[in-house]
Design a protein around this ligand. Structure first.
Ligand code: GDG
Length: 698
């Protein structure tokens, strides 16, 4: 981020760890200096929280989980509390400094709640988030007790980016499985906002590495020394944080196998393993440290000679010049993580092989493998296969190696860190610009004082309300969406208002609606999209058009049943005048595909009849073409003249018929997202109920 930050003169907020002096005055002075001179803002986290936040939730829970190691995950409720607390401190620090129009970019798994926390305090903020590490399969992710909060935390952003399409795909599956939220390839809708989604592999500052090799005399000297020292031998380099995701023990065991199976290479190849100690207070890391030391000892003990040490193990950080010299002197870089978001070492090696013929051995489980196709791929778990690839690499002709490296170099150079950051920021700008434009262009929320004034001043009033998704949230099973006593109370209150007619117009069957609302005598009820109606105050139900032949149901039902059988979780609903196939619980992609198949089949079957096939929200329905909400609405609204107040509220495609049939002056309100002809929009059922309550009180 450094080159990008230098260009933008933005603030860089971070936790300073132990970098500040304990004594308060010196602390405050240093913090002031950092902020004024460099734009570095130290977000302080008290010691008793920082440990559970950083070593705890971030590195003992999220790190193993997101890397797909569920058995390493530590579940500790207290550390979640600390994580939330630390995220809140970051969010507060952001909000206190951000000015209108600023772009806010949050990074990585330690700060997954920050986007939502910032959005809560400052709803118009422009927020992006980049996840540097993998996002696992939804089967793994949903193990986490806090899965919902974390997803909602991320969804506070306007733009979310991942290292690879695979991670993005996994994230989308989790949205679906955990939150029931469907998404597009590049976006998802939540709370009436669009969150843009993308895969954006991070780059490195390749210029800096090249400049070191070109201009730094120390680097040139070290490189020459290394070449001389390893003359006549192949030099292999590995550089990792000492972390169990990096595959260090796997690599050492594979190297041992290679030396065993290829005796001719003994004495002719050296592996330099740089392993930088990291997170040493997390027990898993301490164990790894001993395991690696032991393995290094074994390989060197088994194969070493007085003249030759197979593994040179550096368990410390080395400076950047030393690293550049190592990268450029090495004949082969062995990058073998068992799971890695991207892996920058792979790219740094490539940068340092400008005009070189080094070979990159790259694990297929590193994000970088998706970009660096000319590397030799390995499966780090497969010792035998990897040992063979090493042999092949060491024997590969120089021309082929140079050719592969030139292609790799070109790609790493082109997608460098600044290009990457610019792409992210451009994406965030576009995302927030389009969101704002659509919000401006889109339907406004109805102005409550104006609405209640129009309502109270009108001589007569008509309220037409859809049920599912409008008065109550959509539930996975239709039968779970029964109204609460509060909701039926609200509807009853509406029916007692003078000169007011209230009706529910639903796609549901008569049985459901009668059971739930039958005992509110003055509530109008229309079911099956208006095929059947109980007029307000009337005793019985009547059909909108009478006397049809229902024999078509005998032909259509078996088709629907056949589809239901091939998609577990889907079901056929039998209504009096319609049949429907519901697939809300079916795997989203499979369900959508099957639904299209069903629509085609039914359209062929029913061509030329008065029946229509309607593909609604997770449902395919066969019903009379004339039975639509518009017909009922027109029927009910016929006697209402211009001075009347007419309001219609709905959330579904079928409610568009309702809106379309009413005069332009009606208060038509679409609930949730989706294109609409309604004049207004409300985010969800909760807001609809609040509006209705306001009418009662007015
Ligand atoms: C996370 C993701 C993703 C290492 N040893 C020394 C040293 N390093 C530098 C390397 C490289 C960096 O550390 C390591 O980066 P990685 O990408 O390999 O891995 P993580 O630290 O796990 O980073 C990862 C990354 O975020 C970026 O999005 O690629 O997948 O896990 O730059 O050069 N630097 C110096 N001395 C060392 O001894 N100076």
């Amino acid at each position: 981020m450094a080159p990008w930050m230098a260009k933008t003169h933005g603030f860089w907020l971070g936790w300073p760890g132990d970098a500040l002096p304990g004594e308060p005055e010196g602390r405050a002075r240093l913090m002031r200096e950092w902020e004024e001179e460099h734009g570095y803002v130290a977000v302080e986290i008290p010691a008793k929280i920082s440990r559970s936040f950083y070593e705890g939730y971030a590195n003992d829970t999220l790190w193993p989980l997101l890397h797909g190691f569920p058995t390493r995950v530590v579940f500790a409720p207290d550390s979640w509390v600390a994580y939330r607390d630390a995220n809140q401190r970051f969010a507060d620090a952001v909000v206190s400094r951000a000015q209108k129009g600023d772009l806010i970019w949050a990074h990585d798994y330690q700060l997954m709640l920050v986007p939502q926390m910032v959005r809560e305090q400052s709803p118009d903020s422009r927020i992006g988030f980049f996840l540097h590490i993998p996002f696992p399969s939804s089967e793994v992710f949903r193990i986490l007790p806090e899965r919902e909060e974390l997803l909602r935390g991320l969804l506070g952003a306007d733009a979310l980016a991942f290292q690879t399409h695979g991670h993005l795909h996994n994230f989308r599956r989790s949205l679906l499985q955990v939150l029931g939220l469907e998404s597009q390839m590049d976006s998802v809708q939540i709370d009436g906002r669009t969150v843009h989604l993308s895969a954006l592999p991070i780059g490195i500052q390749s210029d800096e590495w090249e400049a070191l090799l070109r201009d730094d005399r120390k680097v040139a000297k070290r490189r020459a020394e290394l070449n001389a020292r390893h003359h006549g031998r192949k030099l292999m380099i590995s550089v990792d944080r000492l972390d169990y995701t990096k595959g260090i023990p796997e690599r050492l065991r594979t190297f041992r196998r290679f030396l065993r199976s290829s005796p001719s290479w003994r004495g002719k190849v050296t592996l330099v393993q740089v392993a930088v100690p990291s997170r040493e207070r997390v027990p898993a890391y301490a164990e790894l440290r001993s395991e690696v030391s032991e393995l290094v000892g074994e390989v060197n003990g088994d194969f070493g000679t007085p003249e030759w040490q197979p593994v040179v193990y550096l368990r410390r950080a080395v400076n950047k010049q030393e690293l550049a010299a190592l990268y450029s002197a090495a004949d082969l870089a062995w990058v073998g993580p068992v799971r890695d978001g991207m892996n920058l070492v792979a790219k740094e090696y490539v940068a340092c092989q400008h005009d070189g013929d080094g070979i990159l051995l790259l694990s297929e489980f590193a994000g970088a493998a998706h970009e660096l196709g000319e590397a030799l791929r390995i499966n780090p778990y497969d010792e035998v296969g990897t040992a063979e690839v090493i042999e092949r690499a060491l024997e590969m002709p120089s021309e082929e190696r140079a050719e592969r490296m030139a292609a790799l170099h070109e790609r790493v150079h082109r997608n460098d860190a600044v290009v990457w950051a610019e792409r992210f920021i451009d994406g965030l700008r576009t995302a927030t610009a389009t969101t704002r434009k659509t919000m401006r262009k889109d339907r406004p929320t109805p102005d409550l004082p104006a609405l209640t004034a129009a309502f109270t001043q009108a001589e007569r009033r008509l309220l037409l309300l859809d049920y599912d998704g409008t008065l109550t949230d959509i539930k996975p099973r239709p039968q779970d969406a029964a109204p609460t006593p509060r909701l039926t109370g609200l509807l009853r209150d509406l029916t007692t208002l003078p000169n007011t007619t209230t009706a529910i117009i639903s796609g549901r069957s008569q049985a459901d609606i009668e059971r739930w609302f039958g005992d509110i005598p003055d509530l109008g009820l229309a079911v099956e999209h208006g095929a059947l109606m109980r007029a307000p105050g009337a005793d019985g139900w009547e059909m909108l058009r009478g006397g049809m032949d229902l024999s078509w149901k005998d032909h259509v039902a078996p088709v629907l049943e056949q589809f239901a059988a091939s998609a577990p979780g889907s079901l056929v609903e039998y209504k009096d005048y319609a049949l429907a196939w519901h697939y809300r619980l079916v795997d989203a992609e499979f369900g959508a595909w099957l639904a299209n198949e069903l629509v085609t089949t039914l359209e062929n079957l029913l061509a030329g009849t008065e029946l229509a096939v309607i593909h609604g929200n997770k449902v395919v329905e066969v019903r009379y073409a004339w039975a639509n909400k518009g017909e009922v609405a027109a029927h009910l609204a016929a006697s209402y003249r211009r001075k009347s107040f007419v309001m219609a509220v709905g959330d579904d495609r079928t409610d568009e018929d309702l809106f379309g049939s009413l005069p332009r002056s009606a208060w038509t309100i679409r609930v949730g997202t989706g294109s609409t002809t309604a004049r207004f929009r409300l985010p969800g059922p909760r807001e609809v109920r609040a509006v209705l309550r306001a009418l009662v009180e007015a």
